[in-house]
Structure formats: structure tokens, C-alpha cells
Ligand binder design. Sequence first.
Ligand code: HAM
Length: 419
Amino acid sequence: MSEDSTPKKALAAVKGTHDILPGEVELWQKVEAEVSALFGRYGYRELRAPVIEPTELFEKGTGRTTDIVQKEMYTFTDKGGRSITLRPEYTPSVARAIVEHRLDLLGTPMRYYYIGPMFRYDKPQKGRYRQFHQIDAEVFGEKDPAVDAEIIEMADTMLRILGVTGTETLVNSVGCKTCRPAYARALRTQAEKVRDGLCEDCRRKIETNPLRIFDCKVAACRELAASFPAIPEFLCSECRDHFAGVRKMLDLSGVACRFEPALVRGLDYYTKTAFEVVQTGAGQQNAVLGGGRYDDMMKDFGGPDICGIGFACGVERLIALLTLTPEPRRFVYIVHAGDAAKAKAVELARRFRAAGVETLLEFAGRGFKSQFGRASKLGASWVLIIGEDELARGEFLLKDMATGSQTSGTPDALIKMLL
Ligand code: HAM
């Protein structure tokens, strides 16, 4: 490696990861605040789990045949010889936390949410990153189809209050352990007939999980899959009734949804309801959020038999759809010259901040003009001037940078004016 390439590499973010800089982060904060408040109104409480988990949690939870577990996990052995994974998704962590802390004993249904980073070693491209963020919501212990409809309605409301347009909500039922095997057999039979036309990945899926063929992005596979048997004909009566209930409740809640029998989702744990919100007309990375019911996960972990349903929304994909602009920051910039003025500036900054006014000042000892230039470059709303006259009078000049108007007053009077 050449001498000059080393620092360059060390000073660039890891491929597929990105910084969220001031200027962008305000929008993230606004989204996080709006979403937390909305989910709170539906009775969700925040549950923060560690970023690292035992690898086995995802092998068991997310599923061994998924792309996530087979190809995309950031897994390493720690110094104690344990296999550790940076979480690729959040759902298994919530299920683990419930079992570990016996949160089920607090009574059901349990509603939890979280907003934070996930990690998948995937090919980075627009809308697909190696560190990305999810808004995740999960409900446990509620079998009624009304909760499926409620969580889809909550996801829809989230998008609406953030001003997202141009999306479509797709729903399906992927059946359960009782009815899916017969469907998988029918798919296998059909897929075998067109094996040669399928991509290598889909040929593998014929054995491992034929439903996943519907998820393939290759045009030829999609065309062939369009003629495969559809799941509704195979649903057992329990799944059929449940799905009819979900659709009825969705109609009542007024959420516009399209029934999509080819929607299968890329994770192993789903039972019954599956749903996605996709950006209409977008390219391959068009799912803004996805989720579904997973009634067996907790039991399969060896925990209590508690059903679950949830969704996760990709924050980067969501932010890309937003036209919202956060309120601009409004702050005072204090210009001062000389030691006595500097001491007064520090004192006033403390008083202004304590009163709730954002206040900036710098200590480089520059002249008034250059401090004014800096204030205007930073976008200060007001400049507070501390010169000799002001110090002597105990009254200070506040200039409104937008209108140019100036007001003189005691610190208390100025604070009152600014609040
Ligand atoms: P998922 O479909 O794997 O589901 O991911 C949910 C969302 O995360 C996607 O719709 C997408 O917006 C975003 N996403 C996924 N991978 C990436 C990536 N590499 N870069 C950027 N965004 C990405 C789950 O993760 C399930 N845990 C959802 C769930 C919760 N099901 C039940 N409860």
C-alpha cells in the first residue's frame, strides 16, 4: 500500500455506511420525534436492545435459509470465543428481551418500538446500505386480526403525517405451518417444470424455500413465477378466516391496500399476514417498510407460546421520500471585543442559555467586523453587541439579522423579547 493511500482509506467511512451531518440530522430528529409521539399514542413503549447479539438468535429467529443469515450477517468471534453478530434486523432481539425479562408476565398485548441502526453485508447501492436504520414496531400476545389491521393503519398514518405520497400498501397471507407445506409442494412441482428458465439462486430455492422465488428480482424468474399457483387456494380455514378478518378491519379503517398474492417477504418467520409499503414506480429497492405476523417465533425460541406481529421501515428510504423541512434554528451570536466584554459575553451566554435561548460566541479575539461576518455566515438570527458603551450602561444592542432592526435593553428585557 502506498504511503498516501493509507490515511485516505482510514479517513473514509466504511463502504455502505454514511455520516448523517448537521443540516441532514435535523430531518432525522424530526422524523424520530414525530414517529415516537405517534407510536406513543398507539400505546407503544420504546425497548432498546444491544447492537450485538448471539449469532444463534438470528439463525433461529430470522431463519437459516434467508439471504440475511446465509450471506449478509456481520459475524465475528469475540475474545471470549463467542459468536457475535451485529443485528441485521430487530424483531428477534425484541422476542429475546421479552423471554429474558419475562415481560409477558406484565400482561398482554405488549407493544414495543425502536429506532436505530441495523447491519447487513449486502451490495451497496441507492437505498441499500450496510449500516442502515429502521423504525421497528412489534406487538405480542394479540391474535385478533384487528391488531394486524391496526398496525398496518399505524404504518400508513406514520407515512401520512410525514407527508409521504406515491406509495402503495400490499397485503397477503403466507399461511402457517399447517397449510404452507402443501403450497410449497405445489410450487416445487411447478418450479421443477421450468427449472432451466430460473436463475441459479431460484433453482436453489426450489429445494430450500420455493416461496422465496416470488422475491427474485430477475425478470425471467418473475415472469415464470407469475404462472405459479397462488397461495389463497392453499390457505387452511384458520388462515383464510384470519385474512378475511384483516381485510374487513382494513376496509373499516379506510387504509387503501392492494391484495398481492405474490407477496412473500424475505424472512422465514412469517405466518398469516404479510405486508409491505412500496414506492410506486421506484426501482429495485422500492420497499419502504415491510412486516407481518410471526406466531411461532417465541415458541420456537423455547419461550412462552406468544404470537407477534410487527413491521420495520427503512429510515434512509423514508427520508428520501420526504419533502418536509425542519424549522430553521434561531440563535443569538454575541460579538464582543476586549477582556471585560469577553467576560460579560460569557456571563450573558450562560444567562441566555439557562433561559432557553440558543447562544453562540467565539473566543478567537477577532474584530467586530469579522465576528459579524461569521455570525451572518452561520445564519445567526440575532447579533448581541457588547462594546465599551454597552458595558458601561449595562444595556446591550440586539440586532435582528433578517430585518436589520436594533433594540437596546437589559439582559432580562432582551431574554423576554427572544422567548
Ligand atoms: P425487512 O423487509 O428485511 O424486514 O426490512 C424492513 C425495511 O428495512 C425494508 O423495507 C427497507 O426499507 C429497510 N432495509 C432493509 N435492508 C436495507 C438495507 N440494506 N439498506 C437500507 N434499508 C434497508 C425486517 O427487517 C423485519 N424485521 C420487519 C418486521 C418487523 N417484521 C415483523 N416485525
